[in-house]
Design a protein around this ligand. Structure first.
Ligand SMILES: Cc1ncc(COP(=O)(O)O)c(C=O)c1O
Length: 399
């Protein structure tokens, strides 16, 4: 009998993409949908990067590059890591991949295998557990929802077992928008020093989107000891509005590990797109104004959405400090009904909301946060106001 693998069968489809597809379908049918489902900045890639891509084509840079990326780009990434994060790397510690997603996948494949456990801090981005499952490893989830989604070192320590191989940190966080500040990361680092066999994967892809005068801090900065066990993951998607270009990278603790990772990638995708690499190298040499403006716009939109949602019945909102996401706790609506249909979960809430109020939000069951839905405010101000108003109206009709 023809069959597909358990691995393929067991992948949970992305709820984010499913809800986005539904919103797009409704839009194409002429329905006025407000979609808070987007996972990408609604800004265009800056012109100087687009021009660099054209230049790459004109220069004929259309051939394979070295698997881990061009030397020029990797050197530029080292300069970025020094300038922004005060971290020193040589170019041969950097692996460039087809988006942060492939970067993370490479990291897991390099350090995690059957029988291992990886600690995720819930709510967490829904691709992590799937990537961990691909490695045959087990996710150990530490629920931080009650800690305002901030680090609770005691809780995390309790989740450690002899099989723990890695812990994943994502700050600023998708989906919570939380930021782990320097103090809490240093406290976590102190605890982790008792467990020298645990790698740290630090996903810093939203690094440039921190508000309220907060500062981004990487746990790799804490000490040489943490540097030696941390993979710093970043990419162009969110900071430079380059989601479709597909470029992510990781700074590895040393060149030997990077070499092993490059070997894995050599049999998957080889190098990341050559034109994207050239454009990203140019991109990393500038863009301060673009990023500062984007951050200012997102901070204003966050305030706008937070204010507009005040007074929504049965719903509570935490004010996030980073990225472009806001979580709504909708557990207060569970057991209530909308025109006779009872809400029993965040998924029910999201389904009823899109059907009856034409507002798309992402239910957070896949983020291991079943009481929440996620809103992305990477949309226009007019839509933020309209969408928040519709959510409030919808909630006011629940019985
Ligand atoms: C937390 C987090 N990490 C990594 C990524 C990967 O981004 P990309 O593959 O576009 O670089 C995303 C994308 O949504 C994300 O939200």
């Amino acid at each position: 009998m023809l069959r597909i693998t358990d691995r393929a069968k067991n992948v949970s489809p992305s709820l984010t993409l499913a809800i986005t597809a539904q919103a797009n379908k409704m839009k194409s049918e002429g329905i006025d949908v407000v979609s808070f489902a987007a996972g990408e900045p609604n800004f265009n890639t800056p012109d100087y990067i687009i021009n660099a891509a054209k230049e790459a084509l004109d220069k004929g840079l259309t051939k394979y590059t070295p698997v881990p990326g061009t030397k020029e780009l990797r050197e530029q990434i080292c300069k970025k890591l020094k300038a922004d994060n005060n971290l020193d790397y040589d170019f041969d510690q950097i692996i460039v991949s087809t988006g942060g997603k492939q970067t993370l996948y490479n990291v897991f494949q390099t350090i995690v295998q059957e029988g291992d456990e990886v600690i995720l801090l819930a709510p967490y981005w829904l691709s992590y557990p799937e990537m961990i499952k691909f490695c045959g490893a087990k996710v150990v989830s530490v629920d931080l929802a009650e800690d305002k989604c901030l680090l609770n070192v005691d809780k995390i320590e309790k989740a450690i077992t002899p099989n723990t191989r890695a812990i994943l940190l994502n700050s600023p966080n998708n989906p919570t928008g939380a930021i782990y500040d320097k103090e809490s990361l240093c406290a976590l680092a102190d605890m982790l020093k008792k467990y020298p066999d645990i790698w740290v994967i630090s996903d810093e892809i939203y690094e440039k989107l921190v508000y309220d005068n907060q500062e981004h801090f990487s746990i790799a900065q804490e000490s040489k000891e943490m540097y030696d066990r941390t993979f710093v993951v970043n990419g162009m998607s969110k900071a430079y509005a380059m989601t479709g270009w597909r470029l992510g990278y990781v700074a590895c603790p040393n060149a030997q590990i990077a070499k092993a990772m490059s070997g894995l990638q050599s049999h998957q995708t080889s190098n990341a797109n050559s034109i994207t690499q050239y454009a990203s190298c140019v991109g990393l040499q500038g863009g301060e104004e673009f990023m500062a403006n984007m951050k200012q716009v997102f901070e204003a939109r966050r305030n706008m959405l937070f204010d507009a949602l005040q007074g929504a019945q049965y719903i509570t909102v935490n004010k996030p400090q980073g990225a472009f996401y806001m979580m709504l706790n909708v557990s207060g609506t569970f057991g209530k009904s909308y025109e006779g249909t009872v809400i029993n979960s965040a998924l029910d809430f999201a389904n009823l909301l899109i059907k009856n109020a034409s507002v798309a939000v992402v239910p957070c069951e896949g983020f291991d946060a079943p009481n929440f839905v996620r809103l992305s405010y990477a949309i226009s101000e007019a839509d933020i106001i309209k969408g928040a108003q519709r959510i409030k109206e919808f909630a006011s009709k629940l019985k």
